[in-house]
Design a protein around this ligand. Structure first.
Ligand code: AQP
Length: 329
């Protein structure tokens, strides 16, 4: 069984991109893999946030993952801040990472652009992400395409650490899905669907009501031609709709493309809207049941943290020894 790790931030309402690019693959592989999935609350502190809301958002994100089909009996589901090894390993990796390589991270450049004040936490975000992965000896990391560069850094840091201190860390491989790895914003189909988009018009929240889902998909920006074809470069809007349809109906993209080749854009949009509404209905039902029982949720997350910590205790002991720290008597 391969050890698998991935995380999701408890920021805002999670969207269809998060689900199709990441969560559905987590659910699909939880039996075949030794899988750990984490609500990365410390990452959510890197941009301005409301402390009064963080705990509740963390719980709600965990409820969403369970509603999507993660089963704490078949995988380890926990909260990042409940396992101190993440921050300890971050410090150690901070002493391996360089200022120059962190400054080149695209996400840092995008999120810091135009800000008057940028936290060191935002700059260090990719090192915390590397620590998340490396603290578990994870071999595979299922993420959306936007995390490719951060994952490459995690690999570089593991390789450099091993070179400097001797073989200690497992070098992880990315697992980026072939279809729907980057769901695009419906209003600006050249940008990815994102929690922090300037306008919510292009985003489908996983908990959005059917009318809103339909409205947003029916208003999706397309192009001035009439042919339905998968070609992300010249037809980003239509290609995005085809990807969403293929992923939510679990059909191969070429089949979907062939079936809708002759239809009008309006019909395609309505078909995608119906598919997404039908796809989200059971998830939303389960979410409402789970969110009503926070005690059950907290107990599941507590048990998950214990399982996770049992792994990091061993990995961190190896790391501390490798870097030469004095063992506690
Ligand atoms: N548009 C997307 N298409 C496919 N996969 C995506 N992911 C994010 N956006 C897309 C994947 O979702 C997982 C969790 O990511 P996250 O915790 O960073 O979630 P987020 O904060 O909601 O991410 P966003 O929307 O990208 O927010 P911003 O842009 O504000 O940071 C990851 O595996 C990610 O690849």
């Amino acid at each position: 069984m391969a050890r698998v790790f991935s995380g999701i931030q408890p920021t805002g309402d999670k969207h269809l991109g998060n689900y199709l690019g990441a969560i559905r693959h987590w659910v699909a592989t939880q039996d075949a893999d030794d899988a750990l999935y984490c609500v990365v609350d410390l990452h959510a502190m890197t941009l301005p946030y409301d402390p009064a809301e963080l705990a509740d958002r963390t719980r709600r994100t965990a409820a969403l993952l369970l509603a999507a089909g993660l089963d704490p009996q078949r995988c380890t589901l926990f909260v990042q801040s409940h396992v101190p090894a993440h921050t300890e390993l971050t410090w150690i990796l901070n002493c391996v990472a360089t200022f120059g390589e962190l400054r080149r991270m695209t996400q840092f450049k995008e999120k810091s652009a135009g800000q008057e004040s940028v936290s060191v936490g935002l700059f260090d975000y990719p090192v915390l992400m590397a620590a998340d992965i490396l603290a578990y000896d994870a071999e595979r990391v299922p993420v959306g395409d936007d995390q490719r560069q951060h994952l490459e850094l995690a690999r570089d840091l593991a390789v450099r650490f091993n070179h400097r201190f001797g073989p200690t860390l497992v070098v992880p491989e990315p697992a980026i899905p072939p279809v729907a790895a980057r769901i695009m914003d419906l209003a600006t189909p050249t940008a990815k669907m994102s929690t922090s988009a300037e306008s919510p018009q292009g985003t489908i929240g996983l908990l959005d009501p059917p009318e809103l889902v339909t409205k947003r998909l029916r208003s999706a920006v397309t192009d001035s031609a009439t042919d339905v074809r998968f070609d992300p470069d010249t037809k980003p809007g239509i290609s995005n709709l085809l990807q969403i349809l293929a992923a939510t109906t679990d059909r191969p993209l070429p089949d979907v493309e062939a079936e809708y080749a002759g239809v009008g854009y309006g019909t395609l949009k309505q078909t995608v809207a119906d598919a997404v509404v039908a796809f989200l209905a059971p998830l939303q039902r389960r979410y409402r049941e789970l969110a009503d029982d926070p005690a059950h949720l907290d107990a599941a997350l507590g048990a998950g943290a214990e399982k996770a910590e049992a792994i990091t205790t061993k990995v961190l002991a190896r790391v501390r020894q490798a870097v030469g720290l004095l063992p506690r008597a």
